[in-house]
Design a protein around this ligand. Structure first.
Ligand code: MEV
Length: 440
């Protein structure tokens, strides 16, 4: 066995894990080994909290935590916490928030707040027999979650509905039980999965006793799991103003509005553009989802599936001009929680929730959607006026200077110099080299 594999790794102490890693994969990289412990928190208790989140933790991975102020959402004002590495995102969100603050802000509405999970079945018998079994036992199946649901019910949640779906025309022998839930202020993944497993257990017990099934075609549970496709957990966000108040970058309000609408229509039509357009939305969405300790993989998967719900991947947002009024909006499926999960464990998530004034899950849906629409507005606005590189490279300048090991005086001089010069990797490297060569 070479030393690149190991048994019992999880049982080693953190120092032993790093030691093994340094012998096996980082032999000639002492600086990398050193950094792992440099990034430990100085307070052991705080570090322990982070270590307990996952298996085999070695260190912490920092991302900036910022706020985008001046968001007016319905009648409330927010400073929105964002965790993201991309230099221009927070600047763009702040910019768009300020722009819409003066034009009525963001209007939002939670359209529905239902999540679902499925118990996937194999069944080779007569479909009408399975349907009869389901109808006769539906009450017992649904009441199998009662014990798990007491707390959730008191908060207005619980299992809302259970139906049997026949998909055997698409996949031979495939049926599923579709369970719909409300999960109050929790994202609800654990609650939903526990309920599904409980229903699946009852299903098996009841099916074994049901005399309608022949022993050779007893239905079989393949798996039980929540769905991250949440088209019924939907929030609508919009901004609008008279197009005449959109004049900018040498364009009249009408010209700007028309170019903007055209750009959004292109993203609704062309998947190549739609993916990048939606990526701009996700810049805002993910940053807030991360800052608030929510599951960004679930959110990403659900939103992109929603973006192609009619069979083609399209822009999530829509824009139109109606009688001189510019309207920009989108519907976003978002399963979020403000209790449970990481929300009470990660100290910085606690800070984010405090900044947001301890929102409910529905309020957080609205905030995240507004951040997404703001980001989209900022990106498309740049694209149809100056192009994005100007602002992007301006924000990226400090990263390029750091990559070139510029010291503080060089950075200050560079920021001044590049106010009137084009920023590129090459031009920044040249500037740093010549600035140092000249003895500055
Ligand atoms: C960059 O992170 C995001 C954009 O590409 C989005 C867009 O093109 O709409 C600017």
């Amino acid at each position: 066995m070479d030393n690149k594999t190991i048994n019992g790794f999880s049982k080693l102490s953190k120092k032993e894990k790093i030691n093994w890693l340094s012998q096996s994969f980082l032999k000639d990289k002492p600086e990398a080994v050193n950094l792992l412990s440099v990034y430990w928190h100085s307070d052991d208790e705080r570090q322990k909290r982070h270590d307990e989140f996952i298996e085999n933790p070695l260190s912490n991975f920092y991302l900036p935590f910022a706020i985008a102020p001046n968001f007016k959402i319905d009648q409330a004002l927010y400073a929105i916490p964002m965790v993201i590495e991309e230099s221009s995102v927070v600047a763009a969100a702040s910019n768009a928030a300020k722009f819409w603050l003066d034009r009525g802000g963001f209007q939002t509405r939670v359209i529905s707040n239902i999540k679902s999970g499925q118990i996937h079945l194999n069944y080779s018998g007569e479909p009408s027999v399975l349907q009869r079994f389901f109808t006769e036992h539906k009450t017992q199946l649904t009441s199998s979650v009662d014990a798990l649901s007491a707390g959730m019910k008191s908060r207005g949640g619980g299992l809302m509905d259970l139906t049997l779906i026949d998909e055997s025309a698409s996949l031979k022998g495939y049926f599923y039980l579709d369970a719909r839930f409300k999960t109050a202020d929790a994202m609800g993944a654990n609650y939903i999965n526990s309920c599904l497993e409980s229903i699946a257990q009852s299903f098996n017990d009841l099916a074994a006793k049901f005399d309608g099934f022949k022993s050779e075609d007893l239905p079989e549970v393949v798996m039980s799991i929540l769905s991250n496709y949440v088209p019924e957990c939907l929030v609508r966000v919009s901004v609008s103003c008279p197009q005449s108040s959109l004049a900018q970058a040498g364009l009249s309000g009408e010209e700007f509005a028309q170019k903007f609408v055209r750009a959004v229509d292109i993203a609704r039509t062309n998947p190549k553009r739609a993916v990048t357009h939606n990526k701009g939305i996700m810049n805002g969405v993910d940053a807030v989802v991360l800052a608030t300790g929510n599951d960004f993989r679930a959110v990403e998967a659900g939103i992109h599936a929603y973006a192609c719900r009619d069979g083609q991947y399209r822009s999530l947002s829509r824009a139109k001009i109606t009688q001189g009024n510019f309207e920009f909006s989108m519907d976003l499926p978002l399963a979020l929680g403000t209790v449970g999960g990481l929300t009470k464990l990660h100290p910085m998530v606690g800070v984010a929730m405090s900044i947001l004034q301890e929102p409910s899950a529905e309020e957080l849906m609205k905030i995240v959607a507004a951040a997404g629409l703001a980001q989209n507005f900022a990106a498309v606005r740049s694209l149809v006026t100056t192009g994005i590189q100007k602002g992007h490279m301006k924000m990226h300048l400090l990263n390029l200077l750091s990559q070139n090991n510029a010291d503080e005086p060089t950075k200050i001089a560079a920021v001044e110099h590049f106010k009137n010069n084009t920023i590129s990797a090459r031009s920044v490297a040249d500037f740093v080299a010549s600035y140092s060569a000249n003895g500055n």
